[in-house]
Design a protein around this ligand. Sequence first.
Ligand code: NAP
Length: 248
Amino acid sequence: MKPILLVTGGSRGIGAATARLAAARGYRVCLGYRSDAASADAVVADIARSGGEALAVQADVASEADVRRLFETVDARLGHLSALVNNAGILERQTTLVNIDAARLQRVLAANVIGSFLCAREAVRRMSTRLGGAGGAIVNVSSMAARLGSPGEYVDYAASKGAIDAMTIGLAKEVAAEGIRVNAVRPGVIYTGIHASGGEPGRVDRVKSAVPMQRGGRPEEVAQAILWLLSDEASYSTGTFIDVSGGR
Ligand code: NAP
Protein backbone atom coordinates (compact mmCIF):
# COMPACT_ATOMS: atom_id res chain seq x y z
CA MET A 1 0.00 0.00 0.00
CA LYS A 2 1.28 3.43 -0.93
CA PRO A 3 1.89 5.85 1.96
CA ILE A 4 -0.38 8.89 2.16
CA LEU A 5 1.08 12.37 2.65
CA LEU A 6 -0.61 15.68 3.42
CA VAL A 7 1.40 18.80 2.56
CA THR A 8 -0.09 22.10 3.70
CA GLY A 9 0.73 25.02 1.45
CA GLY A 10 1.39 22.57 -1.37
CA SER A 11 0.30 24.83 -4.20
CA ARG A 12 3.51 26.83 -4.54
CA GLY A 13 7.16 27.06 -3.51
CA ILE A 14 8.60 24.54 -1.07
CA GLY A 15 5.26 22.79 -0.56
CA ALA A 16 4.74 22.24 -4.28
CA ALA A 17 8.28 20.88 -4.66
CA THR A 18 7.66 18.55 -1.73
CA ALA A 19 4.35 17.33 -3.19
CA ARG A 20 5.99 16.62 -6.56
CA LEU A 21 8.97 14.79 -5.08
CA ALA A 22 6.78 12.78 -2.71
CA ALA A 23 4.53 11.69 -5.58
CA ALA A 24 7.59 10.66 -7.58
CA ARG A 25 8.71 8.56 -4.61
CA GLY A 26 5.38 6.73 -4.43
CA TYR A 27 3.30 8.74 -1.95
CA ARG A 28 -0.35 9.49 -2.68
CA VAL A 29 -0.44 13.20 -1.93
CA CYS A 30 -3.01 15.67 -0.68
CA LEU A 31 -1.89 19.25 -1.05
CA GLY A 32 -3.64 21.96 0.90
CA TYR A 33 -3.78 25.58 -0.20
CA ARG A 34 -5.45 28.77 1.01
CA SER A 35 -6.63 30.63 -2.09
CA ASP A 36 -4.56 29.98 -5.23
CA ALA A 37 -6.63 27.18 -6.77
CA ALA A 38 -5.01 27.53 -10.20
CA SER A 39 -1.52 26.86 -8.82
CA ALA A 40 -2.78 23.96 -6.73
CA ASP A 41 -4.53 22.42 -9.73
CA ALA A 42 -1.39 22.84 -11.83
CA VAL A 43 0.66 20.85 -9.28
CA VAL A 44 -1.98 18.11 -9.22
CA ALA A 45 -2.00 17.98 -13.04
CA ASP A 46 1.81 17.82 -13.15
CA ILE A 47 1.84 14.93 -10.71
CA ALA A 48 -0.85 13.08 -12.69
CA ARG A 49 1.10 13.59 -15.94
CA SER A 50 4.11 11.97 -14.27
CA GLY A 51 2.01 8.96 -13.28
CA GLY A 52 1.45 9.97 -9.63
CA GLU A 53 -1.71 10.56 -7.64
CA ALA A 54 -2.59 13.86 -5.95
CA LEU A 55 -5.56 15.79 -4.71
CA ALA A 56 -5.83 19.52 -3.89
CA VAL A 57 -8.01 20.78 -1.04
CA GLN A 58 -8.69 24.42 -0.19
CA ALA A 59 -8.32 24.94 3.55
CA ASP A 60 -7.06 27.85 5.63
CA VAL A 61 -4.87 26.24 8.30
CA ALA A 62 -5.67 29.14 10.66
CA SER A 63 -9.28 27.93 10.75
CA GLU A 64 -9.99 24.97 13.01
CA ALA A 65 -13.07 24.04 10.95
CA ASP A 66 -11.03 24.11 7.73
CA VAL A 67 -8.30 21.94 9.26
CA ARG A 68 -10.85 19.36 10.40
CA ARG A 69 -12.40 19.33 6.92
CA LEU A 70 -8.96 19.01 5.30
CA PHE A 71 -8.08 15.91 7.32
CA GLU A 72 -11.56 14.42 6.90
CA THR A 73 -11.18 14.83 3.15
CA VAL A 74 -7.88 12.95 3.27
CA ASP A 75 -9.56 10.19 5.31
CA ALA A 76 -12.42 9.90 2.83
CA ARG A 77 -10.59 10.37 -0.48
CA LEU A 78 -7.16 8.83 0.16
CA GLY A 79 -7.30 6.75 3.34
CA HIS A 80 -5.11 6.42 6.41
CA LEU A 81 -2.64 9.30 6.77
CA SER A 82 1.02 8.25 7.07
CA ALA A 83 2.80 11.59 6.89
CA LEU A 84 2.25 15.34 7.36
CA VAL A 85 4.38 18.23 6.19
CA ASN A 86 3.38 21.35 8.10
CA ASN A 87 4.57 23.77 5.43
CA ALA A 88 1.91 26.51 5.03
CA GLY A 89 3.29 29.80 6.24
CA ILE A 90 3.19 33.54 5.67
CA LEU A 91 5.19 36.66 6.31
CA GLU A 92 4.15 40.27 5.91
CA ARG A 93 5.87 43.46 4.74
CA GLN A 94 9.37 44.10 5.96
CA THR A 95 9.36 46.51 8.90
CA THR A 96 10.68 46.91 12.43
CA LEU A 97 8.96 45.60 15.55
CA VAL A 98 7.90 49.09 16.63
CA ASN A 99 5.55 49.19 13.63
CA ILE A 100 3.88 45.80 14.14
CA ASP A 101 0.29 45.92 15.37
CA ALA A 102 -1.79 43.25 17.08
CA ALA A 103 -3.80 42.47 13.95
CA ARG A 104 -0.63 41.55 12.03
CA LEU A 105 0.67 39.49 14.94
CA GLN A 106 -2.61 37.61 15.01
CA ARG A 107 -2.48 36.87 11.27
CA VAL A 108 1.12 35.66 11.32
CA LEU A 109 0.78 33.58 14.48
CA ALA A 110 -2.57 32.15 13.37
CA ALA A 111 -1.23 30.87 10.05
CA ASN A 112 2.27 29.85 11.14
CA VAL A 113 1.79 28.64 14.72
CA ILE A 114 -1.88 27.83 15.32
CA GLY A 115 -2.16 26.27 11.86
CA SER A 116 0.82 23.98 12.47
CA PHE A 117 -0.47 23.00 15.92
CA LEU A 118 -3.96 22.18 14.62
CA CYS A 119 -2.60 20.11 11.74
CA ALA A 120 -0.17 18.29 14.04
CA ARG A 121 -3.05 17.52 16.40
CA GLU A 122 -5.21 16.04 13.65
CA ALA A 123 -2.25 14.01 12.36
CA VAL A 124 -1.43 12.62 15.81
CA ARG A 125 -5.07 11.64 16.35
CA ARG A 126 -4.85 9.53 13.21
CA MET A 127 -1.28 8.18 13.51
CA SER A 128 -0.81 7.43 17.21
CA THR A 129 -0.49 3.71 17.97
CA ARG A 130 -1.94 4.52 21.41
CA LEU A 131 -5.09 5.74 19.66
CA GLY A 132 -5.27 2.77 17.27
CA GLY A 133 -3.22 4.26 14.42
CA ALA A 134 -0.26 2.75 12.59
CA GLY A 135 2.34 5.44 13.40
CA GLY A 136 3.68 8.05 11.03
CA ALA A 137 5.98 11.00 10.51
CA ILE A 138 5.56 14.77 10.74
CA VAL A 139 7.95 17.34 9.31
CA ASN A 140 7.52 20.96 10.31
CA VAL A 141 8.87 23.67 8.02
CA SER A 142 10.56 26.15 10.32
CA SER A 143 13.10 28.72 9.14
CA MET A 144 16.64 29.90 9.84
CA ALA A 145 14.77 33.06 10.92
CA ALA A 146 14.09 31.23 14.20
CA ARG A 147 17.84 31.41 14.86
CA LEU A 148 18.66 34.72 13.17
CA GLY A 149 15.63 36.75 14.37
CA SER A 150 14.99 38.65 11.09
CA PRO A 151 15.83 42.13 12.49
CA GLY A 152 14.45 45.01 10.44
CA GLU A 153 12.37 42.61 8.34
CA TYR A 154 9.93 40.47 10.32
CA VAL A 155 10.74 39.63 13.92
CA ASP A 156 7.13 38.44 14.24
CA TYR A 157 7.69 35.83 11.53
CA ALA A 158 10.99 34.75 13.12
CA ALA A 159 9.28 34.37 16.49
CA SER A 160 6.53 32.25 14.92
CA LYS A 161 9.22 29.91 13.60
CA GLY A 162 10.83 29.82 17.06
CA ALA A 163 7.49 28.49 18.29
CA ILE A 164 7.59 25.81 15.60
CA ASP A 165 11.05 24.73 16.78
CA ALA A 166 9.79 24.39 20.37
CA MET A 167 6.71 22.49 19.22
CA THR A 168 8.89 20.12 17.19
CA ILE A 169 10.97 19.24 20.26
CA GLY A 170 8.04 18.92 22.63
CA LEU A 171 5.69 17.00 20.37
CA ALA A 172 8.50 14.65 19.27
CA LYS A 173 8.98 13.66 22.92
CA GLU A 174 5.23 13.37 23.56
CA VAL A 175 4.60 10.94 20.73
CA ALA A 176 7.95 9.13 20.39
CA ALA A 177 6.53 6.02 22.06
CA GLU A 178 3.37 6.18 19.91
CA GLY A 179 5.07 5.41 16.60
CA ILE A 180 5.30 9.02 15.42
CA ARG A 181 8.49 10.87 14.55
CA VAL A 182 8.41 14.69 14.51
CA ASN A 183 11.24 16.62 12.89
CA ALA A 184 11.78 19.95 11.16
CA VAL A 185 13.72 21.62 8.41
CA ARG A 186 15.02 25.16 8.68
CA PRO A 187 15.31 26.61 5.18
CA GLY A 188 17.53 29.63 4.61
CA VAL A 189 16.79 31.96 1.69
CA ILE A 190 14.95 29.99 -0.95
CA TYR A 191 13.69 31.18 -4.35
CA THR A 192 9.90 31.24 -3.86
CA GLY A 193 7.10 33.79 -4.03
CA ILE A 194 7.08 34.34 -0.25
CA HIS A 195 9.58 37.20 -0.51
CA ALA A 196 7.11 39.23 -2.61
CA SER A 197 4.77 39.20 0.42
CA GLY A 198 7.53 40.95 2.33
CA GLY A 199 7.60 43.64 -0.37
CA GLU A 200 10.90 42.49 -1.93
CA PRO A 201 10.52 39.81 -4.62
CA GLY A 202 14.28 39.93 -5.29
CA ARG A 203 15.31 39.47 -1.64
CA VAL A 204 17.18 36.20 -2.20
CA ASP A 205 19.55 37.82 -4.67
CA ARG A 206 20.12 40.79 -2.35
CA VAL A 207 21.10 38.66 0.65
CA LYS A 208 22.83 35.74 -1.06
CA SER A 209 26.32 37.21 -0.59
CA ALA A 210 25.78 36.73 3.18
CA VAL A 211 25.26 33.00 2.60
CA PRO A 212 28.53 31.02 2.91
CA MET A 213 27.64 29.10 -0.27
CA GLN A 214 27.03 32.48 -1.97
CA ARG A 215 23.68 31.50 -3.45
CA GLY A 216 20.01 31.10 -2.65
CA GLY A 217 18.46 27.67 -2.35
CA ARG A 218 15.93 25.95 -4.60
CA PRO A 219 12.62 24.61 -3.25
CA GLU A 220 13.65 21.15 -4.49
CA GLU A 221 16.71 21.22 -2.20
CA VAL A 222 14.42 21.72 0.80
CA ALA A 223 12.04 19.03 -0.44
CA GLN A 224 14.90 16.49 -0.52
CA ALA A 225 15.59 17.06 3.18
CA ILE A 226 11.88 16.84 4.03
CA LEU A 227 11.48 13.58 2.14
CA TRP A 228 14.50 12.11 3.92
CA LEU A 229 13.08 13.01 7.34
CA LEU A 230 9.76 11.41 6.36
CA SER A 231 11.44 8.24 5.11
CA ASP A 232 12.44 5.08 6.94
CA GLU A 233 16.05 6.13 6.39
CA ALA A 234 15.40 8.58 9.25
CA SER A 235 13.84 5.87 11.44
CA TYR A 236 15.88 6.75 14.58
CA SER A 237 15.64 10.53 14.19
CA THR A 238 13.03 12.52 16.06
CA GLY A 239 12.90 15.99 17.58
CA THR A 240 15.72 17.07 15.31
CA PHE A 241 16.36 19.70 12.62
CA ILE A 242 18.01 19.91 9.23
CA ASP A 243 19.22 23.39 8.32
CA VAL A 244 18.90 23.78 4.54
CA SER A 245 20.57 27.15 4.37
CA GLY A 246 23.84 27.02 2.46
CA GLY A 247 25.79 27.29 5.72
CA ARG A 248 24.09 30.50 6.94
P1 NAP B 1 5.08 30.49 -0.75
O1 NAP B 1 5.76 30.24 -2.06
O2 NAP B 1 4.57 31.85 -0.42
O3 NAP B 1 3.88 29.42 -0.62
C1 NAP B 1 3.12 29.43 0.56
C2 NAP B 1 2.12 28.32 0.50
O4 NAP B 1 1.40 28.29 1.74
C3 NAP B 1 1.08 28.48 -0.59
O5 NAP B 1 0.72 27.19 -1.03
C4 NAP B 1 -0.09 29.13 0.16
O6 NAP B 1 -1.37 28.88 -0.42
C5 NAP B 1 0.02 28.42 1.49
N1 NAP B 1 -0.60 29.14 2.59
C6 NAP B 1 -0.28 30.36 3.10
N2 NAP B 1 -1.08 30.66 4.13
C7 NAP B 1 -1.93 29.63 4.28
C8 NAP B 1 -3.00 29.35 5.16
N3 NAP B 1 -3.38 30.23 6.11
N4 NAP B 1 -3.66 28.18 5.02
C9 NAP B 1 -3.30 27.30 4.07
N5 NAP B 1 -2.30 27.49 3.21
C10 NAP B 1 -1.63 28.66 3.29
O7 NAP B 1 6.02 30.09 0.48
P2 NAP B 1 7.36 29.20 0.58
O8 NAP B 1 8.51 30.11 0.48
O9 NAP B 1 7.27 28.00 -0.26
O10 NAP B 1 7.25 28.82 2.12
C11 NAP B 1 6.81 27.55 2.58
C12 NAP B 1 7.25 27.42 4.02
O11 NAP B 1 8.68 27.54 4.08
C13 NAP B 1 6.69 28.51 4.93
O12 NAP B 1 6.36 27.95 6.18
C14 NAP B 1 7.85 29.47 5.07
O13 NAP B 1 7.80 30.19 6.27
C15 NAP B 1 9.02 28.51 5.04
N6 NAP B 1 10.30 29.13 4.68
C16 NAP B 1 10.49 29.70 3.45
C17 NAP B 1 11.71 30.28 3.17
C18 NAP B 1 12.01 30.93 1.85
O14 NAP B 1 13.04 31.59 1.71
N7 NAP B 1 11.17 30.77 0.84
C19 NAP B 1 12.72 30.28 4.13
C20 NAP B 1 12.48 29.69 5.36
C21 NAP B 1 11.27 29.11 5.62
P3 NAP B 1 -1.94 29.86 -1.59
O15 NAP B 1 -1.07 29.59 -2.79
O16 NAP B 1 -3.33 29.44 -1.81
O17 NAP B 1 -1.77 31.26 -1.08
